[in-house]
Design a protein. Structure first.
Length: 442
C-alpha cells in the first residue's frame, strides 16, 4: 500500500456525517426478513455486477453475515463501496417488487453495507490460501474501480497482477472523487487493502503517458488493462477561469477528502448541474459556505443529476439559478472574485441570450463542474486501438480492444458511468484474459 496517509479530522467527519447511517444488527435482521426472495430477482438483474441479492439477504436473515459478504464479493469485489456510492434508487432498489405493492423497497444497499462492514471489520483475508499459480502476468494502468476489480479476479485465478497508479493513493474516484458523506476515503482504502492482501502488487507515482511507456509494459506483461478513467474537468472557456479563486469540482472534492481544505467561507458559485456539481455544491455548504449558487444554462426539468441528488441539494440549502450562463470571471475587490456578466438564457432549446439580462454575482469561490474531458495524449499513442469521441473502443462482452494484448474498462470506455459499471467492466476483462490464455495454451 502507498505510504501516503489521510488526515484524522474529527471536525471534518462531523461535517460530513453519512447520508445513510448503517443499520443496527437487529434492524438489519428485521429488514432482511422483509425480502420476498423473488425467484426472478429483478434486483439482481438491475445490478451491473449481478449480485445475488436474495441470496445475500437471506444469509443476513439467518445470521450468517460472513456467508452474506462472501456471496456479495463473488460478484462484486468492491461491494462495500458500491453499497455506499451506487445510485440504488435507479438500480437494484428501483427494481424491487415492493414498488408494485406501493411499499418501500427493501433497503438493499444498507443490508449490503451491513454484511460488508462485518467482513472488513473481521480482518479476514479473502484468499485464505494462495491460488494455483498461472503463467500469466497482467498490468492494470490506473488504480480505480475497474482496475481493482480486474486485478482481484485475476488473482483469484492465480495470475500475477501489478496495478500502476500515478497518484499517492489508490482507489481512483472512490478515494478522491465521491462525496465524503457517501463514501469516505478510508472505506475505499480498506477495500484496496483487502485486494493488496490477495497478492496484487501496487506501483505508486508511476505515470504511463506515452507509447514508450506502453512499450516498456508490453515487454514485462502478457496483457495490459487500461482503467485510466477520463481526462481533466472541462474548462468553461471564458475569461478569468484561471484565476486563483477557481477550483473545479473534482479538485474541491479531492482537496477536502484528503484534508487540504477544511473550511470554505462566503459565497460559492458552482457552474453545472450534474451529480458531481451537486456533490461539490453540497460539500461547499458543509464546509461552511454561507451561500452556494448552482448555475445551469437550462431549466429545472433538464437537470442531468438524478432526482434524488437534486432533492438532497435543496435540503442542504443550495440555491439553483436556472437559465444562466457564466460569461467571465473578473477579479473583485479585496482579493475576492467577481463572477461578472452572468447571462440569463431564453427558455428555448437554442440557448440564445436574453437582451439586457446581464448581472453580477460576487463570490469567494467559483467551481466549474461541466464534466470531464476525453482522454489525454496517452490514447493518441495507443497502437491498433480505436479511439472514438475520446473513448477507447472495446468489446462490450470482453473489454478487449483492437490490439489483442490490450483490454479496457470503466470511464475511459463508457464515458463516465457508475462505480458498479466499472467493477463489472474490470471483472469481464479479467475473465476474457483468462479464457484467451487458456485457448492459447490449448
Amino acid at each position: 500500500m502507498s505510504t501516503a496517509t489521510l488526515p484524522d479530522d474529527q471536525q471534518l467527519r462531523q461535517r460530513f456525517s453519512e447520508l445513510k447511517p448503517p443499520l443496527a444488527p437487529q434492524a438489519a435482521v428485521i429488514e432482511a426478513n422483509r425480502c420476498l426472495n423473488c425467484f426472478d430477482a429483478p434486483c439482481t438483474a438491475a445490478c451491473p455486477t449481478h449480485i445475488d441479492v436474495p441470496g445475500f439477504i437471506k444469509r443476513i436473515a439467518s445470521g450468517n453475515l460472513r456467508g452474506s459478504a462472501l456471496r456479495i464479493l463473488d460478484a462484486n469485489i468492491l461491494g462495500g463501496s458500491c453499497a455506499r456510492a451506487c445510485p440504488v434508487e435507479v438500480l437494484c432498489e428501483g427494481a424491487c417488487v415492493m414498488h408494485r405493492y406501493h411499499r418501500e423497497p427493501i433497503q438493499i444497499a444498507l443490508l449490503q453495507r451491513h454484511a460488508m462492514d462485518f467482513f472488513h471489520d473481521s480482518g479476514e483475508a479473502l484468499l485464505s490460501e494462495a491460488p494455483a499459480t498461472r503463467n500469466l502476468r497482467v498490468a492494470c494502468v490506473g488504480a480505480g474501480p475497474a482496475s481493482l476489480a480486474c486485478a482481484a479476479e485475476l488473482r483469484r485465478q492465480g495470475a500475477s497482477v501489478t496495478i500502476i497508479e500515478r497518484r499517492a493513493l489508490p482507489g481512483g474516484l472512490n478515494t478522491y472523487g465521491v462525496a465524503e458523506y457517501k463514501l469516505r476515503a478510508t472505506d475505499s482504502l480498506r477495500e484496496v487493502e483487502m485486494i493488496r492482501r490477495m497478492g496484487v502488487e501496487f506501483r505508486f507515482g508511476a505515470s504511463i503517458e506515452s507509447g514508450v511507456d506502453l512499450e516498456a509494459l508490453e515487454a514485462e506483461f502478457d496483457f495490459i488493462f487500461l482503467g485510466v478513467g477520463l481526462g481533466a474537468m472541462q474548462r468553461l472557456g471564458i475569461p478569468g477561469e484561471d484565476a486563483a479563486g477557481v477550483m473545479n469540482a473534482l479538485e474541491l472534492i479531492s482537496a477536502y477528502k484528503t484534508g487540504h481544505i477544511r473550511e470554505i467561507k462566503g459565497t460559492v458559485v458552482v457552474v453545472g448541474a450534474g451529480n458531481t456539481a451537486i456533490d461539490a455544491a453540497n460539500a461547499a455548504r458543509r464546509l461552511g459556505a454561507d451561500t452556494v449558487y448552482l448555475l445551469y444554462r437550462r431549466g429545472e426539468s433538464d437537470i442531468p443529476a438524478f432526482d434524488f441528488e437534486y432533492e438532497h441539494a435543496k435540503q442542504e440549502g443550495v440555491q439553483f439559478l436556472w437559465r444562466r450562463q457564466a460569461l467571465a470571471i473578473l477579479p473583485g475587490k479585496h482579493g475576492r472574485l467577481l463572477l461578472d456578466t452572468v447571462l440569463v438564457q431564453q427558455v428555448d432549446r437554442t440557448l440564445l441570450p436574453i437582451l439586457n439580462s446581464q448581472y453580477s454575482l460576487e463570490c469567494d469561490l467559483v467551481v466549474p463542474a461541466i464534466g470531464q474531458s476525453p482522454l489525454s495524449q496517452l490514447v493518441q499513442d495507443l497502437r491498433h486501438i480505436e479511439i472514438r469521441n475520446g473513448r477507447i473502443v472495446a468489446d462490450r462482452t470482453s473489454g478487449q480492444t483492437g490490439n489483442p494484448r490490450y483490454f479496457a474498462g470503466g470511464d475511459c470506455v463508457n464515458g463516465g458511468r457508475e462505480v458498479v459499471d466499472a467493477v463489472a467492466d474490470g471483472k469481464r476483462a479479467a475473465l476474457a484474459m483468462l479464457k484467451t490464455m487458456e485457448v492459447a495454451d490449448a
